[in-house]
Design a protein around this ligand. Structure first.
Ligand code: ADP
Ligand code: MG
Length: 703
């Protein structure tokens, strides 16, 4: 199908009959709509049915509805101080009345309507000086109390601002514009969804769907159109992600490790310090399978804090080293890198494998030695921070990269490490302790394979979780003191939304002073994002070594930090954190087999809903379950945070509500890419995809 004129869709809106230069300008500034095409893609928020009349007595503020009644007398009232005047009248349905008001541009109302006429008034009632009124309602004159034929039975409601309404761009005007646009174009557009997929999933063709969306003849039809566009939104993103994954696998080769090697077996038989959980075994198997292939592994391991991701990473490392390749493990901070180095050295020492540690702070002479050994291949395992991918670092045969807390690194940084294996690609293992519900993961991590460790090692006692208010402060301090007296350590965490927020910073500093005074017999440390990294590292060391007993800080206390002696976590202003974040913070205690406590301090006047939210934390200890609840409560935008996700905003689809559609779209995309990875058969889809990437400035996960 070809458009009647190839470029008609790029026509500026000013040329559309009923728009004109002034309204075109408002459409652009208010909604960012410039062309016919833009207007076409401006979707209704919902639909009203002319047949469904709301009695005026049941009018509710903010709820757009259709009312029927008799117009009262018109009154022109001057606006205070100005030359402008407003027009008011009433609508009466025999039981109740509501005020109708126009602030400007109301001449036509007086010309077309007169008091006593039966009309439909469509709009959103609001209280003004305690009187319920509808500003700028859409009016439809009834003849014989019936809706005239030329009006649609279904009334699409667009999201409109007051500015638009003032420029005469109300819903009725938009309907007229769409009718005009339909008259000249028939909404003919090339469909990005391939016909076989449309058939398989019973999706309306694009042009028909656009018509049903903007000019519906029934609610059912409009719903079908909405379904199609939801599918389309998911489908486009999924095709992008799946193609990425496909090309990553086919364009690069990685060394294939068909044998796990003798090292792994020796470690497993002689030195494994504990029995692996079933989840760990399953994930190790998945990794083994990936690494046996000559296409690079790109596997993300999601596992709750304390689920034992490190030992799983070690098994991957043993496979690579056992096959004569090198391993680089990168962590976002020096403290974490050192912690990993300690674990790896302990595990690898009996096998006679040395572990290097490369940090920003590594002294030059030592750095030089490490770099030499890396380049010659003498060093098989290197652990470090950003230092690992700097220009002067050369690897002999890098076969595996492991990236801990992968979201702390940018796409380019991860890629910089992978490129060190030139001309082939290493296998890549990504670790994260941020659980993301499965369906969300399909979009956020759609271009990597995901493994989930959904089981904690046995014998873990759940962290006892309490919600307390300021009024119960003494009780909180008593618990803290009792634990300190047993020789344990504690974290006290303050919110810090932006690292630059002064008031938050002050709260941390004041909290630090308060705790120093209250617990003057114990050394207290402080850590926050405004400190330079050396200072932060030093504070973490003091705490890890047991020198400081209480650490007061913000969430910069790293996720993975393992201080088994810490048994108390106190979170101040807990109402300012998301559930998942609180759960992660909680994972900082309960790591040493001692009974541990998380105390979330909330304001005295905590609302019922906020309380329910917190109770989920006291009740559940599974990060995935909590993430699901969090996602439902906050919606995907807040749940993921703006920076982290790289996920485009969906215009019509809802990633939580429309999970079933997402799964179908994913499946359709998988089938399509496996049959025609270059999309040679579907040029329209290809063009759409490149526009999509541009429009959303997508940074793909593994780019
Ligand atoms: P995370 O997934 O948060 O990175 P770690 O890998 O640091 O968790 O593991 C947390 C602790 O649990 C470590 O002390 C680790 O040695 C221990 N651990 C891991 N797996 C098991 C297991 N299967 N049985 C007992 N302890 C385990
Ligand atoms: Mg960890």
């Amino acid at each position: 199908m070809k458009s009647p004129q190839p470029d008609i869709w790029k026509t500026p809106l000013a040329y559309l009959k009923g728009v004109g230069p002034r309204r075109a300008e408002v459409l652009e500034t208010e909604l960012g709509l410039r062309t016919y095409e833009d207007l076409l893609e401006y979707f209704p928020r919902r639909y009203l049915d002319y047949g469904q009349i709301t009695p005026i007595a049941q009018a509710r503020p903010e709820q757009e509805a259709v009312f029927r009644g008799k117009l009262g007398p018109f009154q022109v009232r001057p606006l205070a101080g100005g030359r402008r005047a407003l027009l008011t009248t009433t609508l009466y349905d025999g039981q109740a009345w509501i005020e109708l008001v126009w602030y400007q541009g109301w001449e036509w109302v007086r010309q077309k309507f007169s008091p006593g006429q039966q009309v439909l008034a469509i709009g959103r009632p609001l209280y003004k000086k305690r009187i319920l009124q509808i500003a700028h309602p859409d009016l439809v004159l009834l003849t014989d109390s019936k809706v005239p034929e030329q009006f649609l039975r279904i009334y699409p409601v667009y999201p409109l601002s007051e500015k638009l309404r003032q420029a005469g761009l109300d819903n009725k005007r938009l309907h007229m514009l769409f009718e005009e646009l339909y008259r000249i174009t028939r909404f003919e557009r090339e469909d990005p969804i391939p016909a076989p997929i449309r058939e398989a999933y019973q999706l309306m063709p694009l042009s028909e769907a656009l018509r049903a969306l903007h000019l519906p003849t029934s609610i059912e039809e409009a719903d079908q159109a909405r379904y199609r566009f939801k599918f389309q939104e998911f489908f486009l993103l999924q095709v992008l992600l799946i193609r990425r994954k496909y090309f990553l696998k086919t364009q690069y080769t990685a060394p294939s490790f068909t044998q796990v090697g003798s090292l792994l077996n020796e470690f497993y038989e002689k030195y494994l310090p504990f029995a692996l959980t079933e989840a760990q075994k399953r994930v190790i198997k998945e990794i083994r399978r990936d690494m046996a292939l000559s296409t690079p592994m790109n596997r993300l391991i999601q596992g709750d804090v304390g689920s034992g991701k490190t030992i799983v990473a070690l098994f991957a490392a043993l496979i690579a080293i056992g096959n004569g390749y090198q391993v680089a493990l990168m962590a976002p901070t020096e403290v974490l890198a050192e912690q990993h180095a300690r674990s790896f050295r302990k595990w690898l020492a009996p096998l006679g494998i040395g572990v290097g540690l490369l940090l920003g702070s590594t002294p030059p002479a030592q750095r030089k030695r490490i770099l030499e050994k890396l380049a010659t291949g003498e060093l098989a395992c290197i652990i470090g921070t950003h230092a690992l991918f700097q220009k002067n670092v050369q690897y002999h045969r890098l076969g595996l990269t492991i990236i801990d807390e992968q979201h702390k690194f940018g796409v380019k940084q991860r890629a910089a490490l992978w490129e060190k294996a030139h001309p082939y690609r290493p296998h890549n293992l990504l670790l994260t302790a941020t659980p993301i519900p499965r369906t969300l993961a399909l979009s956020v991590y759609g271009d990597v394979d995901v493994s989930i460790i959904d089981e904690l090692p046995p014998g873990r006692q759940p962290v006892k979780t309490y919600i307390r208010t300021e009024a119960q402060r003494r009780e909180v301090w008593n618990l803290l003191r009792a634990e300190l007296q047993k020789g344990h350590q504690a974290y006290v965490i303050y919110p810090l939304v932006e690292e630059s927020e002064k008031t938050d910073l002050k709260a941390v500093e004041e909290g630090y002073e308060l705790i120093q005074r209250t617990f003057s017999e114990y050394p207290v440390g402080m850590i926050h994002g405004r400190m330079n990294s050396e200072r932060k590292e030093r504070e973490m060391h003091l705490f890890k070594s047991g020198h400081t007993r209480i650490l007061v800080g913000t969430t910069v206390v790293e996720v993975g930090v393992d201080v088994p002696n810490a048994t108390v976590l106190i979170v101040e202003h807990a109402d300012r954190f998301g559930l998942s974040q609180l759960h992660q913070l909680r994972g900082r205690v309960g790591r040493g087999g001692y009974p541990s406590y998380a105390i979330f301090i909330a304001p005295n006047n905590l609302s019922e809903t906020a309380l329910t939210r917190f109770q989920a934390l006291a009740q559940y200890h599974d990060g995935f379950h909590i993430a699901e609840i969090d996602l439902k409560l906050r919606g995907p935008g807040d749940f993921l945070g703006t920076k982290q996700s790289g996920l485009p905003e969906f215009k019509i689809a809802d990633i939580v509500e429309d999970q079933a559609i997402l799964r179908q779209a994913r499946q359709a995309a998988e089938n399509l890419v496996s049959q025609d990875p270059s999309l040679a058969l579907y040029p329209t889809l290809r063009t759409h995809l490149s526009e999509y990437v541009e429009r959303h400035s997508l940074e793909l996960f593994t780019a």
